[in-house]
Design a protein around this ligand. Structure first.
Ligand SMILES: *Cc1c(COP(=O)(O)O)cnc(C)c1O
Length: 842
């Protein structure tokens, strides 16, 4: 078998024209792609960058030195990429996101540079194993879950597709907390990801901007007699850029992720020092820098905290000022802004950008309102990520006015003009005007950020076909009626480089051998697996790959939790944030049902299963934290019971993140995607599982609908109410009790949990969960229970037919091409951004 990296490594390494001039050996140490150069580079960095003689160097020191050596190998590509965009005056996609959940960089960069083999050799020469060194890298947890990970996948695809792009976000000092499980409960540990340094970023102290808060506005006449507005802020902070290279796969393109960190402005805050209050001055400095201190750990519900609004405004203002500076540097007129930048809002978190760009153009660049508005709308696109009412961002008017007084004025003016347009299109329809206003006037007034984003963007998209459909018929219905042409669907995707090539090397090898390497950038080629799906030898190879991945995960689970799982069992996995709408508790009800069946009928034959969970709960989310405790409590009882533990076990993997996701997604036989229909906008975990050959048990929700179509409806375990049915049941008055009355097993399962069977007789701990299901059940767990249990029985019969299961597994990977983020990004580029590829020479 020809190994995939050999030729490409020399190809990509051959282009060195822009490398720093130095002696051949010196240059080799900086950029040489051969093992010998890499080895010397690691030793040099250990010594000169870390001040660490090899004798005392520990694996983590080798990791850092190695990371620096790999960053060197991207440096000339990185610089010439920016230079190329600048020289060619190309339009740049600016992806604004409050979260980027990047995952570890080292392994991904090795894949994209075709350096894995040489790296392995170089480290072996130094007495180290590449995998051990890779394991030393922590991950920057600058995101909560799917939304932040989507942004990271999109950066990988933009670079791989050679598209000019910058990711703009926040350099949180503390990322998402680390989760530990203590006595079955989640404990949150602060994530000090920067404490051991960050080899990948480069601080750019010269790339910095001032950001204002508070104060008031003044009206004045300029030299020409034109009325203008001046914002007299109460406070100022400075945003400093930290850049991270984003290397595309097999190309020279190396884009930038630019994250902003807040710093006190001494001349401003230290005014207090001049009048003698040194401590007050230092306090103010600390207060300024708290802006980028911590990521809010809430996945779905929007939380109306002032600091969160300050964070959003901070990074958006820095980013827009950065774009204007780039325009100035290129001597391009400000009027050309929209021809040079496509600004995408990843959810409403950056949507204050609409008002900020207006402020920059009107107040600072002195454009007239109409010209500025045309530029703004032409520049922005808005991606909606949720229909959950509690997740839609709105800000109390008084808070908004206090922090951003000028922006509130601008929003009022945008609203005045917008509502005039609504009135002229729909005369006499004042109810519509009230519904569409940027200000919610009912009760305590609030600014509606989704409305601001929609009015200020030329393109609005949902993230899966079903979600876009629901968007247009529910929360943005009025806007869709006004501007149908602005709406489109862009189904999410994930990068096959990280989520297959890097994390499932055995499958990569099999695919390379079977299809050639091109599948990694042209994943529609995976379709060709169809013809091999029944082939016996291929099936054997396929199962061997899966078994290896299951062994790898089983040993990780053993070291993390002490729970022993047999890799031959069916691996049934649900990993994602813990949320009632994602219905981990429905999964638990199935487990408890099977447990009861086994206890009542010990002779029952069922295929043995490992039920594997993982995911963080928002620290303040009461129900979600109890669901974690429930999973662990049920697991403890089952795993310790010899009457059942030869046929079922339950494990909760602590601290789900991108890094352990690399072990989890490739090891699944069955992917649990069981959210209440209509609630999960898209999901991306579902795609990672499919790509790696898992079968899905799922509802018709989010991208599951499209996954089922691509895999073939016979290769997907479908159950449950549709989004429409869910709605009509709720409208008719949903009574969860009726479902209990009609189903003895459901009643018994709830009773077992409620009476303390899994909590040593403690009947209090799960009472709130059970009561909520019996009396409220807002996510229709009980309504879908019977269908779910029946569907799991189909899973069992399917699993017993090994050949057919293997065939279905192969067909899932074969059908996963659509869910590459390359496809999604191509659609954004062509249909929203009008950004095209640029070849970067070296
Ligand atoms: C992909 C991913 C998610 C999103 O999972 P969903 O199942 O789509 O909710 C969340 N967290 C991590 C670490 C991921 O890698």
């Amino acid at each position: 078998m020809k190994h995939h990296m050999d030729q490409d490594a020399s190809e990509i390494g051959a282009n060195r024209a822009a490398a720093p001039a130095s002696s051949a050996t010196g240059s080799d140490v900086r950029i040489g792609m051969q093992a010998t150069s890499l080895r010397q580079a690691v030793l040099d960095h250990l010594y000169y960058s870390l001040g660490c003689p090899p004798i005392v160097a520990r694996p983590h020191d080798y990791y850092r030195a190695f990371a620096l050596a790999i960053r060197d190998r991207m440096q000339h590509r990185w610089i010439s990429t920016s230079q190329t965009y600048f020289d060619l005056n190309r339009k740049v996609a600016c992806y604004l996101s409050a979260e980027f959940l990047m995952g570890p960089h080292l392994g991904n960069n090795l894949v994209n540079l075709h350096l894995e083999q040489e790296a392995r050799k170089a480290l072996a020469d130094l007495g180290h194993d590449l995998d051990t060194i890779l394991a030393c890298e922590g991950e920057p947890g600058l995101g909560n879950g799917g939304l932040g990970r989507l942004a990271a996948c999109y950066l990988d695809s933009l670079a791989t597709l050679q598209c000019p792009a910058i990711g703009y976000g926040i350099r949180y000092e503390f990322g998402i907390f680390e989760q530990e499980i203590r006595d079955g409960w989640q404990a949150e540990i602060t994530d000090k990801w920067l404490s051991r340094g960050n080899a990948w970023e480069i601080a750019k102290p010269d790339v910095c901007y001032y950001v204002n808060w508070g104060g008031h506005t003044e009206y004045y006449r300029d030299e020409t007699g034109c009325q203008r507005v001046r914002w007299i802020p109460h406070r100022v902070v400075r945003g400093i850029a930290y850049d991270t290279p984003i290397q595309g796969y097999s190309v020279n393109t190396c884009n930038t992720l630019r994250l902003w960190s807040a710093e006190a402005v001494e001349s401003f805050d230290f005014q207090a020092f001049n009048v003698g209050d040194y401590y007050e001055a230092v306090n103010k400095k600390v207060a300024s820098e708290t802006v980028t201190k911590v990521l809010y750990p809430n996945d779905e519900p929007a939380i109306g905290k002032r600091l969160r609004l300050a964070q959003q405004y901070f990074f958006v203002s820095c980013s827009l000022q950065d774009m204007l500076r780039l325009l100035d540097l290129a001597n391009s007129p400000v009027e050309s802004f929209a021809e040079r930048f496509a600004v995408q809002l990843n959810d409403t978190h950056p949507s204050i950008g609409v008002a900020e760009l207006m402020r920059l153009l009107v107040d600072e660049r002195r454009l007239d309102w109409d010209a500025a508005w045309a530029i703004t709308v032409a520049s922005f696109g808005y991606t909606n990520h949720t229909l959950l009412p509690e997740a839609l961002e709105t800000w109390p008017l008084p808070m908004f006015a206090e922090l951003l007084p000028r922006h509130l004025e601008i929003i009022y003016e945008i609203n005045r003009r917008f509502l005039d347009e609504v009135r002229s299109r729909f005369p006499g329809d004042e109810a519509r005007v009230v519904r569409m206003s940027l200000i919610d006037e009912e009760g305590a007034k609030r600014v509606r950020m989704a409305h601001l984003a929609t009015v200020g963007s030329h393109a609005v998209n949902g993230v899966a076909a079903l979600h876009t459909e629901l968007l247009q018929t529910s929360i943005l219905k009025d806007f869709h009626e006004l501007w149908p042409e602005r709406f489109s669907n862009k189904t999410n995707g994930v990068t096959p480089r990280r989520f297959l090539a890097l994390s499932n090397p055995a499958l990569r090898e099999l695919l390379d051998h079977t299809l050639g390497q091109e599948w990694l950038t042209e994943p529609d080629r995976l379709r060709k697996l169809d013809v091999h799906s029944g082939d016996e030898a291929f099936q054997r190879d396929w199962r061997a790959v899966k078994l290896g991945n299951k062994q790898r995960l089983a040993s990780y689970i053993q070291t993390q939790t002490g729970i022993e799982i047999d890799p031959a069992w069916l691996f049934d996995i649900q990993v994602k944030r813990i949320h009632e709408y994602k219905r981990q508790h429905l999964n638990v009800l199935h487990i408890v049902t099977m447990y009861r069946r086994l206890k009542e009928n010990p002779a029952l034959t069922i295929p043995p299963r490992a039920f594997i969970f993982g995911g963080k709960a928002a620290p303040g989310y009461f129900m979600a934290k109890r669901i974690i405790k429930l999973i662990n409590a049920v697991g403890e009882t089952i795993n310790a019971d010899p009457e059942v533990n030869s046929r079922m076990k339950v494990a909760f993997i602590p601290n789900l993140n991108v890094k352990n996701g690399h072990l989890i997604y490739p090891a699944a036989d069955l992917s649990e995607q069981i959210s209440t229909a209509g609630k999960e906008a898209s999901g991306t975990g579902n795609m990672k599982f499919m790509l790696n050959g898992a079968l899905t048990i799922g509802t018709l929700d989010g991208a599951n609908v499209e996954i089922r179509e691509e895999a073939g409806v016979d290769n997907f375990f479908l159950f449950g109410l549709t989004a429409d049915e869910t709605e009509s049941i709720k409208r008719a008055g949903y009574r969860p009790r009726d479902y209990i009355a009609g189903n003895d097993e459901l009643r018994a399962a709830l009773e077992l949990i409620g009476t303390g069977h899994f909590s040593r007789g403690d009947a209090e701990v799960f009472r709130p969960l059970v009561d909520n299901l019996i009396h409220d059940d807002p996510f229709l767990v009980l309504a879908d229970y019977a269908a779910y249990i029946a569907c799991q029985e189909q899973v069992n019969s399917a699993w017993e037919d090994v050949k057919n299961w293997t065939r279905m597994s192969i067909l899932n990977t074969a059908g996963s091409g659509k869910f590459s983020s390359d496809r999604a990004i191509t659609e954004y580029c062509e249909e929203i951004w009008n950004v095209g590829p640029v070849t970067v020479k070296n």
